[in-house]
Design a binder for this molecule. Sequence first.
Ligand code: MG
Length: 310
Amino acid sequence: MTVPAPDLPARVRIHEVGARDGLQNEKTAVPTEVKAEFIHRLADAGLTTVEATSFVRPEWVPQLADAEQLFPLLGDLKGVHLPVLVPNARGLDRALALGAHRVAVFASATESFAKANLNRSLDEALAMFEPVVARAKADRAAKVHVRGYLSMCFGDPWEGAVPVHQVVRVAKSLMDMGCDELSLGDTIGVATPGHVQDLLSELNEEGVPTDRIGVHFHDTYGQALANTLAALQHGVTTVDASAGGLGGCPYAKSATGNLATEDLVWMLRGLGIDTGVDLGRLTATSVWMAEQLGRPSPSRTVRALNHQEQ
Ligand code: MG
């Protein structure tokens, strides 16, 4: 059994985003029952945080229009966190009414993406999230956990490289609002390891501790695992990934998007870092899901392991 190097964590929590971020960006809409089976299979493979869906207005994201029908089908998953995206107060109400304990808001580090995604300025978007986070945290007994997604943390298709101080400003706003955790998104996949380390160091210097930070890398330029390793060496222990590499990004130039969970687990296993994930079960789940979508998984590890079995 490999023992992790002294500069690496013993355990990493994978925040699985395939059912939300993945399916949201797939062209094919998946039936509710298939989504429910997908999430059950992900939990069965050992994933303990499985982002389930998004309570956006159905006409905005038709792929996730069935949140109300899907969430109750997951009630038997005890001990598995099932965060949901809530874009506004209405979405939060819908999620809390169904018993969601973990919610996430989706902010942007750049003006251009706030405009493209929400048709608001950066500060207007933050002002919109503030009452949502406040309401989620208001009922202390309910212990609702709030994640703040921060997209375009490294590069933006309209603005180019994003200055670290700009990301830090928005990150601090989200933490000040009461977010429990941040997820730093490399939405177009342009980050490289040095940039990752610079951002994490600057966040620490400005008072955002590493244990409140997760990373969300895209593999558009083949850098997702290198960036993940840099984040782990900095002390990050929460890593977002999408089973089978589901989901592209409509704003990136290529179809390659989310870091595949299998590719991540393969690397972490080799480093001796515990994830609790059964790679065989996870791969079988992604192969099954690829069949549902009618296209092969873009994950290198899924393809390699599946090919081996044939
Ligand atoms: Mg993503």
